[in-house]
Design a protein. Structure first.
Length: 60
């Protein structure tokens, strides 16, 4: 999972689904400290699930 704003909007890359994930726009999310905090919190709480999903799909 990766969040970024490189295209002028907030979007999420879900590499556990596809290796060449282009990013899914996060509707209603502006580039702001609050959005950054939400994304950071999501990764901190769910990184084990994202890792497990990635490993199960791509590394077995």
């Amino acid at each position: 999972m990766k969040y970024d704003t490189s295209h002028g909007h907030c979007h999420a890359h879900r590499f556990y689904r596809t290796l060449n994930d282009k990013g899914e726009r996060l509707k209603g999310k502006n580039i702001s400290q609050a959005t950054f905090n939400e994304c950071k919190q999501d990764i901190m709480q769910n990184w084990k699930n994202y890792k497990k999903s990635y490993v199960n799909k791509w590394l077995k």
